[in-house]
Design a protein around this ligand. Sequence first.
Ligand code: PMP
Length: 378
Amino acid sequence: MKQIYFDYNATTPVDKRIVDAVIPYFLESFGNPSNSNSPHGREANRAFKKALRTVADYFSVESSDDIILTSGATESNNLLLHSIVDASEQPCRIITTKIEHDSILKTLEAFGDRVVVDFVENDANGLVDLADLERKIRDDTALITIMGANNEIGTIQPIAEIAEIAHRHNVPFHSDATQLIPHQRINLAETEIDYLSLSGHKIYAPKGVGLLICRNDRALSRIRPQIMGGGQQNGYRSGTINVPGAVEIAEAIKLLDAEMEQETAHKQALYDAFFAVLDQQKIPYHLNGDPVNRINGNISIAIDGLTSIRLLAMLPEYSISTGSACSTGKKSHVLAALDCPDSIVSGTIRIGFGRFSEQKEIETLANKIADIYRSVHS
Ligand code: PMP
């Protein structure tokens, strides 16, 4: 049975162009970049610096030294939250949403009494209420952290506006932009966002590499190292530097930059094709998330009268998630925060697609879903 991949929000396939670009950094330029006494070390260091420069240029970061290479968005989120809490008078307050990724929510929970968490209200599509955000900011608010786009329902938050509100009140703003990066360019010089987290494996690079991007030296100065050791990365994150990982992210960013418009159009064509099939066959469904402000490689949908477990059991060749892959088996905290009725929560599947997905594949999937709907309701 041919397996068909529709789980791009969980992880993307690796782009072969990235693999090809990184191979020399395993086989030839494999030195330890901290060893400046050896030609191999200096060469690896040059590769690392060049990769960070590519990232800094793309996001318009003041200096490439303001970027910290991590093992992924989970670590980036942890590093930022621990830094802010360590550097604040305690208890401090942090504003966030109820629909953040667990790497934000569980980390905040683990602070216990050290942090008071204020949750901003969101509407039924997951969009944050900006007036409520402004009301919740207080003198002891140490950080606002709100994701760029939600990994389950795809809703995009107005992070540029949120950053402006945060700065009006002198509060730093962090956005977990892991899911937004493949969809939208972000310019840190033109917005007031202080920190971005991202993971390589959502942008066609391998797993286990990510970034915490600080907007400028001032933002960087709030970072408190959490991993101690040899003092690599200017002491902000010890451990031998993952040069191939940095190269992979830089290559991924270059491809995004070159292909963003055509890729967005490609995903939109697939998104439209899926709904054209369902609408033509009058299949009743509920789309989760904001219908307009959303990443278009995500369809979070419940089909009337079908549980996700039943539907997925009838689509064995497809990799599709119920809710989000990171929290399979648990009731989705995101759907709970949207006040979805139980039938939507138990019926929701997440179809994620992107660079290598094909229109005929998604049309076939939509037709199969329509057939299943009819067989169950006949
Ligand atoms: N934040 C968001 C929004 C995500 O979608 C993910 C991955 N599901 C993460 C953080 C964590 O990324 P990683 O597992 O690569 O650390």
